[in-house]
Design a protein around this ligand. Structure first.
Ligand code: ATP
Length: 529
């Protein structure tokens, strides 16, 4: 094979150590075209092209020698190496080459260009397009994947898109959690491609806004998603990271009952001031999801992620509506801070869950619950479930038949006559939501059999609650109130929206104040801290 332009160094290097026979496979199967690419080659990759371990050691030493004579590292190395968590110095085992660190800071897998094939377009984002694809493993087995390709060519000065793309890779390669999207590997080709776990059912936002005949999602399933999201965020926080872009558009459905947090392009490490990341310059941010301190000072923390969690909860229970769509973007901060306004309670959301959202929207970040506390609070706010005991045919009432499983969203005892108590709930068979006579339903007890007493006075949101679990195991009952945060007691849902005031934020050149993209990302900025 004739040496390709630009890869003569590789051929020379391999010839020097009598390994020239591996030139075609290193170049074409492993896509190594620059010395820095060896940072992402693992022993298994070299095993895969038939190179023995002693030869791998020779190669490692030759690459090291070659690179010590070559000064600057390329952009891939600079960004991935600069962002990945620090690696511990370890003594490599005698049979592994010294330049190949194992995951925790190294790439999970370098995938040859020819091993992936792209299919239908799934969508596109700020810096890439995502296709459905197939990854053929060395064994011949094929795995359905999603392939995100960088839209811009990786040459010339490092652009924001490239930096964010590589940052996303470097974040994902160090994460492993059942509710975080998994990165399989990277194709070092033109364009750069991220090979990720496929979420075949698309984004939760698309599911929430799907037109009929798609039925609405069961309220208990939404609670399960909240539980999964909180668990993933506990893990992300434990890795010292903030997500900064929590929203239903970034939750992907891996199965009907499993969400995965995706889109790590805005993830940042929490360095500097304790537990806070402060933006260094003007960048687009998803303003309607952002906490006041993020809008005002560009400050992000686990507490600002918790605020976004509250907005994501609101989206879920609003059928994917856009938060603050009725308020000009430049007025949102004022509404939040001055008017103490908050997003209103969605019809599907119980009082207990709404109180939880209000808790997430405490003005002072210190008053917001942590994600691990949220896991508990979600369990406590879990909507009670019961069974219908008689036909309900009354006009205007939620239709149900004996045996229908009913999720109780809300109850309101009539002060005039307890027998006329009505409840609001969801019939899990029809997925319809509405009011019904409380006497038509019995609550399920811990073992799943009907409770001895019928549902009566008091709101289920403040009464008997069920514990949830992320694996879909039936929740346990629990009695407890969920008090709103101290600073939230005065907060009112946004009902009164008055005329606007002047926008005092600075905007990048050419971007009109208040512009927003269709998915709600702000195209304008906040003042520098
Ligand atoms: P941005 O990256 O600009 O923040 P985004 O999240 O919409 O926006 P991408 O992450 O590039 O952008 O994703 C584009 C679309 O592709 C998304 O709408 C998402 O629904 C779909 N998508 C992304 N990753 C996957 C995946 N692993 N499986 C299935 N669909 C995916």
């Amino acid at each position: 094979m004739l040496p390709k332009a630009g890869s003569l160094w590789l051929l020379r290097l391999l010839r020097d150590i009598q390994l020239a026979q591996f030139y075609p496979s290193i170049l074409e199967e492993l896509n190594v075209t620059r010395p820095e690419h060896f940072d992402f080659v693992r022993p298994e990759d070299l095993d895969g092209i038939g190179m023995g371990r002693p030869a791998q050691r020779r190669l490692a030493e030759a690459v090291k020698r070659h690179r010590s004579g070559n000064k600057p590292k390329n952009w891939v190395y600079k960004i991935l190496g600069g962002f990945a968590p620090e690696q511990k110095e370890t003594t490599p085992p005698s049979d592994s080459p010294s330049f190949l660190p194992e995951p925790e800071g190294g790439l999970k897998c370098l995938i040859p260009d020819g091993a992936v094939s792209r299919g239908e377009l799934l969508g596109s984002g700020c810096f890439g397009v995502v296709h459905r694809g197939l990854w053929t493993l060395p064994s011949g087995q094929t795995v359905p994947v999603a392939i995100k390709s960088l839209r811009v060519a990786p040459k010339g000065p490092v652009g924001t898109e490239l930096r964010d793309f590589l940052r996303e890779v470097s974040v994902m390669m160090n994460l492993e959690h059942p509710h975080l999207l998994h990165l399989h590997g990277l194709v070092l080709g033109q364009p750069l491609q991220m090979v990720m776990e496929l979420a075949p059912l698309g984004s939760l936002h698309a599911r929430l806004t799907a037109p009929a005949p798609s039925p609405p999602l069961p309220v208990v399933l939404l609670c399960l998603f909240l539980q999964q999201l909180a668990g993933a965020m506990v893990y992300l926080g434990s890795r010292g990271l903030v997500h900064r872009d929590l929203a239903t558009r970034n939750l992907l459905l891996a199965s009907p009952c499993t969400i995965k947090v995706a889109d790590f392009g805005l993830v940042r490490p929490l360095g500097g001031a304790p537990g806070r990341y402060v933006m260094g310059g003007p960048r687009p941010i998803p303003y309607a999801w952002c906490a006041p301190e993020s809008l005002r000072q560009g400050a992000f923390s686990s507490a600002s992620d918790v605020w976004m969690f509250g907005v994501t909860l609101w989206e879920m229970f609003s059928g994917g509506k856009e938060p603050w769509a009725w308020v000009p973007p430049y007025l949102i901060l004022q509404r939040l801070e001055k008017d103490q306004a908050r997003l209103p309670r969605p019809p599907l959301c119980s009082r207990a869950l709404y109180a939880l959202a209000l808790h997430c929207w405490a003005l002072d970040p210190a008053d917001r619950p942590s994600f691990s506390c949220l896991e508990e609070l979600i369990q406590e706010a879990w909507p009670p479930e019961g069974h219908c005991v008689r036909d309900v045919m009354e006009p205007g009432a939620l239709r149900m038949e004996p045996g229908d499983p009913i999720t109780i969203i809300e109850g309101s005892a009539s002060s005039h006559s307890p027998s006329s108590t009505t409840w609001k709930g969801q019939n899990s068979r029809t997925l319809k939501v509405g009011s019904f006579p409380a006497s038509a339903v019995t609550l399920a007890d811990l073992k799943g059999s009907p409770a001895t007493c019928p549902v009566h006075k008091g709101s289920p949101a403040w009464g008997e609650q069920h514990r949830g679990s992320t694996d879909g195991v039936r929740p346990k009952a629990k009695l407890r109130e969920l008090p709103p945060a101290k600073s939230q007691r005065r907060n009112m849902p946004l009902q009164r929206i008055k005329g606007g005031t002047e926008c005092t934020w600075s905007h990048p050149p050419g971007v009109p104040s208040g512009t927003k993209s269709h998915w709600g990302r702000c195209s304008f900025c906040h003042p520098e801290p």
